[in-house]
Ligand binder design. Structure first.
Ligand code: JFZ
Length: 436
């Protein structure tokens, strides 16, 4: 027993060392105030782009599958998006009512859209030879859109990273320590040259990646910019839809589905406007109803939406996508106060309705009219003072003793995608506990 105890004492400092190196100093973590500011934005644009658009297949994932590796890795020599106009892209985001924009500076294929000094596999060695990341950063500043950067951890192109094709065995000649140094140099360039508001990591699920590296990088980034916001795909194998106190990263990232109602930890759903992340010719596009309801159900769950567009190889975004985004923006021009700067809840969003709230207002978003009335789940100790359509007429309602509100819906809902009824309360709507 004594022997065991001595052994424990002997190894304790090592255990601590290990625990320290894979966790981060709580004092450098992104503050609640910064995260609240991020969550107030509610709506951002994701852009997946690179030489792979010349093939119209999925970025990263088609390398070595539908596009032979040799072919894929040489596409950059033909990548010349002469119609690229950073202002046009950022204007499309602005007109959609988006508040931030995230560009794939480097995806799993390893190609860098900025003139990095660290690797030759970058835009300056394509016929285009212009700094795409830099031009977007500048345009975002001009249009008051927050500029953010997507950066993959895994890099199937870099010989120092042990996995060269998804699913293949680790290369014994690779060198992770060297790879992490490269990664840090690239990130240093990105942070010091373009000052991103947020960094969106990805590609954290392969075995070479460890939490020790992730914690080291989080700390490194926070030294470069203490205010930079970092998603949860930096920590090794992090479960994307959730966030715990052990997560290395500031917000959760459910993908291609709307996150669960969560009043405690920040999250952002990423979803594509079509099916593919990168441009695909004639890809099926979501209807305006799907687009608006995705945004509203996300806000109703207390999350942000990072909505993805994949521009074409010539540098333009598809006209039909820009139009669809503008239609979302037109809806937001009328109903924006029920989305931006609100909290989600207290009801779980469903197919018929979702709710958002700010101050003493509870916004009820109605997606479809099933009958002439809509009865909301009971909210105890809350009194409704008046009800009206946002930018419209008064709504008759009845509130019973346990707090359930029944709304008399108008003959025809004013907006077939989402009509918003405002319930003005006598108290603060933001403090109502979640109704389950
Ligand atoms: C990742 C990327 O791989 C994808 O290309 C896109 O950038 C998206 C936003 O994030 O999505 C994933 C992540 C993991 C798997 C598939 C797609 N996976 O493990 O199969």
């Amino acid at each position: 027993m004594k022997y065991f105890f001595n052994l424990l004492i002997l190894f304790l400092p090592f255990c601590q060392l290990k625990a320290q190196s894979s966790s981060i100093d709580p004092s450098i973590k992104t503050s609640k105030a910064l995260m609240d500011d991020f969550m107030d934005q509610r709506f951002g644009m994701f852009i997946h782009w690179g030489p792979v658009t010349l093939r119209g297949t999925e970025i990263g994932w088609s390398r070595g599958t539908s596009v032979p590796t040799e072919d894929y890795d040489n596409l950059y020599k033909e990548f010349n998006p002469v119609l690229f106009d950073a202002n046009a892209w950022v204007k499309a985001a602005k007109e959609a009512g988006m508040k931030y924009l995230t560009i794939t500076a480097k995806h799993h294929d390893g190609f860098c859209l900025w003139p990095t000094k660290v690797s030759n596999y970058n835009i300056m060695n394509s016929p285009y030879k212009k700094d795409i990341v830099g031009e977007l950063a500048r345009a975002c500043k001009k249009y008051d859109i927050k500029f953010c950067i997507y950066f993959t951890v895994l890099d199937w192109h870099d010989p120092d990273y042990p996995i060269h094709i998804s699913g293949s065995k680790a290369d014994p000649n690779a060198n992770m320590d060297k790879f992490v140094i490269t990664m840090k140099s690239e990130l240093q360039e990105l942070v010091t040259n373009y000052h991103p508001y947020m960094l969106w990591f990805d590609g954290n699920w392969e075995s070479p990646w460890k939490n020790e590296y992730a914690a080291n990088i989080y700390t490194f980034l926070k030294k470069l910019d203490p205010n930079v916001i970092i998603n949860n795909r930096l920590g090794a194998n992090d479960n994307h839809p959730t966030l715990t106190h052990e997560t290395i990263g500031d917000f959760a990232t459910p993908e291609q589905r709307i996150g669960e109602l969560n009043m405690k930890t920040p999250w952002e759903t990423c979803m594509t406007i079509c099916n593919q992340w990168a441009w695909k010719p004639n890809d099926t596009m979501k209807t305006l109803k799907q687009c608006i309801q995705t945004l509203v159900k996300t806000a109703g769950g207390n999350g942000n939406l990072l909505f993805n567009v994949g521009p074409m190889p010539d540098g333009r975004m598809e006209e039909r996508q820009v139009k669809r985004l503008k239609e979302m923006g037109d809806w937001l021009k009328i109903y924006g106060e029920s989305v931006y700067g609100t909290k989600g809840g207290p009801f779980k969003p469903n197919e018929a309705f979702a709710a958002t709230r700010k101050g003493n207002k509870l916004y009820v978003h109605i997606f479809e009219k099933k009958s002439n009335t809509l009865t909301l789940p009971a909210i105890a100790n809350v009194k409704v003072k008046q009800a009206y359509l946002l930018k419209g007429d008064k709504i008759n309602y009845n509130q019973d003793t346990d707090g359930a509100v029944t709304l008399q819906l108008p003959g025809q809902l004013p907006d077939s995608n989402d009509s918003v009824i405002v319930l003005e309360l006598t108290t603060n709507a933001e403090t109502i506990p979640v109704v389950s």
